[in-house]
Design a protein around this ligand. Structure first.
Ligand SMILES: Cc1cc2nc3c(=O)[nH]c(=O)nc-3n(C[C@H](O)[C@H](O)[C@H](O)COP(=O)(O)OP(=O)(O)OC[C@H]3O[C@@H](n4cnc5c(N)ncnc54)[C@H](O)[C@@H]3O)c2cc1C
Length: 415
């Protein structure tokens, strides 16, 4: 394990997709970067279905070829199955835009995150895993560095001109500063596991992420086929519905599966290959994303919801935008909140489009196939949102019709 010096230009806490991306890009610009990860890499993580808009960031990081020659399952589209078992027509990305960048992957996160972590080292960052940040050292609102614990157990203080919080749901700095706000409308939980031998539908040259509602619409499943005949299957519902007063999680998973006959059929003959895992209360925002000498990226900045598989893309994108601000700040000797957080207003506004689509999904009225049949003019924008193409001038015209349509359906269902 490389020894840690006492000062860096940029210190990144957390070696997930966000942290490794910031570290790679700031190091590539010629600055001294330390990336610290508490786990030993590779480590497991949830979040396996990518959005196609990750393509440009992979290109910039220099890992696109590794992705293209990897054995990850190719993700070519998204499909929805409603509570009655009716399947929407698949939204195939290449039908929308035939370029290579319309295809993406279902990744095994341990290997994927390790690839990005190693890439940061290749670009010149010092990458230390097994190293936990214990605290961020502040002087007023200015971050000065961190106190960390090395794998051998010794505690060391390291100064840095910029401290990046990429600690994911741990939200180390946001929690310390009291900036984290749980989203009261999205108090969800998820229970998931992996199977071998489930249905593998390879139409369109790859697999799809499928989102299936259960019969009473109080939960939904993701179905994410991966390499080597494995599939990630997870159920998401209100935290209280899934976890309060119910049986053990493994049984709850099975009970919800019993309410989803289409998925039960796909998994008949499949074998679970790991234990069920649980996550809860993962939807939150932060009041502020940057201060003097610090910035939050990825899940440490916020997390909306897993339904559209936007988490890793937002982690990479926020990291890329923040890295450009950090480089500019270091070059100009200005690591103020204003410089480090310049990317935040547009990022918050545009990711708000996915937030709106999440709320539409949970309205209980969103029948995707029906909506695009009634409003074919919005199919293009809907697929753009599913691809993650939200940063090129999109203003969300789809919601001008979608929101009134959902309200109307809700009123009709009450009558
Ligand atoms: C149920 C569920 C399903 C999801 N499904 C998807 C999906 O299909 N597709 C998708 O794109 N996203 C999905 N996500 C979201 C995705 O998991 C995250 O958005 C993504 O991993 C964020 O990346 P990150 O780098 O910000 O954080 P992380 O990947 O969580 O990385 C943070 C790292 O920081 C490290 N760390 C934490 N504390 C410290 C410390 N004190 N010192 C040092 N290191 C520390 C952690 O060990 C971790 O490795 C899902 C999320 C949930 C909850």
């Amino acid at each position: 394990m490389a020894k840690i010096a006492s000062h860096f230009d940029c210190l990144v806490m957390g070696g997930g997709p966000a942290g490794s991306t910031v570290a790679a890009l700031v190091a590539e610009a010629g600055f001294q970067v330390l990336l610290v990860e508490r786990e030993t890499m590779p480590r497991e993580h949830i979040g396996e279905s990518l959005m196609p808009e990750t393509y440009g960031i992979f290109q910039r990081l220099g890992v696109l070829e590794q992705m293209q020659t990897s054995s990850y399952a190719k993700k070519v589209g998204v499909q929805f199955v409603n509570h009655t078992g009716k399947e929407s027509a698949p939204f195939f990305f290449r039908q929308h835009d035939p370029r290579d960048c319309s295809q993406t992957w279902h990744v095994e996160r341990a290997a994927f995150d390790k690839m990005l972590f190693d890439n940061a080292a290749k670009k010149g960052a010092q990458c230390n895993d097994g190293t936990r940040v214990l605290d961020v050292l502040m002087e007023g609102d200015r971050a000065q560095g961190v106190r960390l614990q090395t794998p051998e157990g010794s505690v060391q203080e390291v100064a840095a001109s910029v401290v990046v919080d990429a600690t994911g749901q741990q939200t180390l700095l946001a929690s310390k500063l009291g900036l984290r706000r749980l989203n009261p409308d999205l108090r969800k939980a998820a229970i998931w596991r992996h199977f071998r031998g489930g249905l593998r539908d390879e139409q369109g040259g790859g697999v799809k992420t499928v989102i299936l509602h259960t019969a009473k619409k109080n939960s939904w499943f993701w179905y994410i086929p991966q390499s080597e005949d494995t599939v990630s299957v997870g159920v998401v519902g209100d935290r209280d519905y899934l976890l309060k007063g119910r049986a053990a999680p493994e049984q709850v998973f099975q009970e919800e599966l019993d309410h989803c006959p289409t998925l039960s059929g796909w998994l008949s003959g499949a074998e679970p290959i790991d234990k069920v895992r649980i996550d809860k209360e993962f939807s939150y925002t932060t009041d502020r994303a940057a201060g003097d000498g610090w910035v939050l990226v990825g899940d440490a900045w916020g997390f909306i919801d897993p339904v559209y598989s936007s988490g890793v893309y937002f982690a990479l994108k926020s990291a890329e935008l923040a890295a450009d601000c950090i480089v500019e700040g270091l070059q100009q000797g200005d690591t103020s909140a204003a410089t480090l957080g310049r990317w935040v207003p547009e990022f918050s506004q545009q990711t708000g489009l996915i937030r709106k689509l999440v709320y539409s999904f949970y309205s209980g009225q969103f029948r995707v196939g029906k909506f695009v049949k009634e409003f074919p003019q919005h199919q293009h924008e809907l697929v753009d949102l599913l691809i993650g193409r939200i940063f090129d001038g999109h203003r969300g015209a789809i919601f001008d019709d979608l929101e009134p349509w959902l309200e109307q359906r809700a009123e009709q269902s009450e009558e």
